[in-house]
Design a protein around this ligand. Sequence first.
Ligand SMILES: [Ca+2]
Ligand SMILES: [Ca+2]
Length: 276
Amino acid sequence: MKLLLILVQLCIFSQNVSASTKTKYYRPTALAKFTGYALKTELKRIITATHSPNSYGQLYKVYLKSDLDNTYDGDNSIVDIYSERVGGRDSYNYSNRSDMCGSYKKEGDCINREHLFPQSIFNKRAPMRADFFHVFPTDGYVNGRRGRLPFGEVRVAHWSSKNGSKVGKNSIGKYTGQVFEPIDEFKGDVARALLYFAIRYEDRVASWDHVMLNGTSDQVYATWFLKILLKWHKQDPVSAHEIKRNDHGYKFQGNRNPLIDYPKFAMMIWGNTVSN
Ligand SMILES: [Ca+2]
Ligand SMILES: [Ca+2]
């Protein structure tokens, strides 16, 4: 009973800590003046001013803390969105520095750094390349199968990973090219990482070329793609794993992902665009 009480108190304490961290970081009263793309630009100012970029090599170190599984299997292996099986046994697991790639021939060989916003689009330049909030630890082989495909939803997969991530033609909205579909559990995680990227780099994206982009610095993503991201953001809400990862990212590089802290910001920024 006493232990339970201590646990409850600890829980309340950690929630308070996280709430006060957020208040200090965003100053919500000042932020309340903004909405739409003005809110996006104000968030960009905050998350850029506080961003202290790290080297690319540091990511492998931080993953061994930030991405450990105490949400799904609780076994302290790395949560890999391309191999984690929710409610089932993972086909393979990674947990050590020695599991980092390396070369791979098949799934389960090694883990590497997946740029959810493909690094070829920005020529591997800093600080995008090592930005923790869109670079996730994933299986090297599945990462290779995804390549620089946009994300989307696939009805008929021509390839699937062992956890059910798919490659095939997009079956939702106007775009019908090849896409990569993560499993449902991680669709929101992917969406929030890419929406973070659109905010953080709004001053650079307009000159980059990719089918998921629309060449603007405000909307950033093509409407078909933005609709998918906002749908995923809604259907897969922020998880305990993402909250933990966001706090680790804050320690690691000084800034935060606003879509994890305040999920409502996504529709406040882009809501008008997708309802048109
Ligand atoms: Ca796991
Ligand atoms: Ca999720």
